[in-house]
Write a protein that binds this ligand. Structure first.
Ligand code: GPP
Ligand code: MG
Length: 290
């Protein structure tokens, strides 16, 4: 089946969205970190890692140390996607899932491998959509995992067509009320939304300089924690679990400082996680009502 994709000018709805698309089509930061990690096993991620690293990778022969660090960072990033998928609840092979801001496709491909169901990913980067579809083809899953050049604020998919939806570190590119309105529309009653995100901590006051540094690095707009819950409540999304993953991600960033692929963003992540001004959260929420 060939699906008609919308015209370019209906996908990008603002000059900010055009700049985000341009960023991810021509990543100005050193994208080797994502490509080299993806080459480990062909799962290409655009998110960070969680869990205890095996620090013995820093020992042993220097000639292969960098390669060992890459494998370990990749293992931690895959563990993050596994935790996100664990939080989707009961998903059957006949269900459908949506990946909002699907990047190079890693999380979608893992979801299809785990649940055997159809997964649609959307991205406003045509480069990413092409890359991710190539990955699905290479894995022989392009019938059931498809990536689309579409806007996650206006996906064009049918209302109540998805059992689950997630955004894996992508919501900082959009306004949360707009995002949650669209995801709530797409979810079946009782469907599950999982958000993994970095947010500023409004309990401790204003944004730290390090959080602004991260925004500038990626061209994003990190939201305060309170906004997630306001916007979910306003859109019939009822949190069932909130997990502070900050302690679980700090070791990933520590290990990343030892990699020759480090991009410079490691320092603001570590300082803001450590001073409490920034938090790495997983929020799972169920859609109530129609
Ligand atoms: C990028 O992942 C992730 C974002 C741009 C979202 C920002 C996330 C926050 C938690 C604030 P990446 O894998 O492309 O980044 P890098 O190239 O640094 O590994
Ligand atoms: Mg990365």
């Amino acid at each position: 089946m060939t699906m008609l994709e919308p015209q370019t000018d209906t996908v990008l709805q603002s000059s900010y969205q055009r700049s985000v698309a341009n960023y991810w089509n021509n990543n100005p930061n050193d994208d080797r970190v994502n490509v080299k990690l993806g080459e480990v096993d062909g799962l290409y991620h655009h998110h960070y890692g969680i869990g205890e690293p095996d620090l013995s990778v820093l020992e042993g022969p220097e000639s292969t140390r960098q390669e060992r660090i890459v494998r370990e960072l990749h293992r931690l990033e895959t563990a993050q996607a596994d935790l996100l998928l664990d939080s989707l609840g009961d998903v059957r092979s006949t269900d459908r899932l949506l990946d909002g801001g699907s990047g190079r496709g890693g999380t979608s491909i893992m979801a299809n491998a785990r649940f055997g169901c159809r997964v649609d990913g959307v991205s406003i980067s045509e480069y990413q959509v092409g890359f991710a579809n190539d990955q699905a083809r290479q894995r022989g899953v392009s019938d059931s995992v498809q990536f689309h050049y579409r806007n996650m604020l206006d996906t064009g998919f049918d209302s109540r067509s998805m059992r689950g939806a997630w955004t894996n570190e992508t919501d900082m590119y959009v306004e949360l009320p707009d995002l949650f309105a669209e995801l709530s529309r797409l979810l079946e009653p009782g469907g599950r939304y999982v958000c993994v995100t970095g947010c500023s901590n409004d309990v401790t006051g204003g944004r730290s300089a390090a959080v602004s540094w991260i925004d500038a690095h990626y061209g994003c707009m990190i939201h305060p924690r309170s906004e997630y819950f306001k916007a979910m409540t306003a859109n019939n999304l009822v949190p069932i679990a909130v997990t502070d993953l900050t302690p679980a991600t700090i070791p990933y960033w520590d290990l990343r400082t030892h990699s020759e692929l480090a991009t410079g963003v490691e320092k603001p992540f570590l300082s803001s996680y450590r001073d409490g001004s920034f938090q790495y959260l997983l929020i799972a929420a169920d859609k109530v009502g129609r």
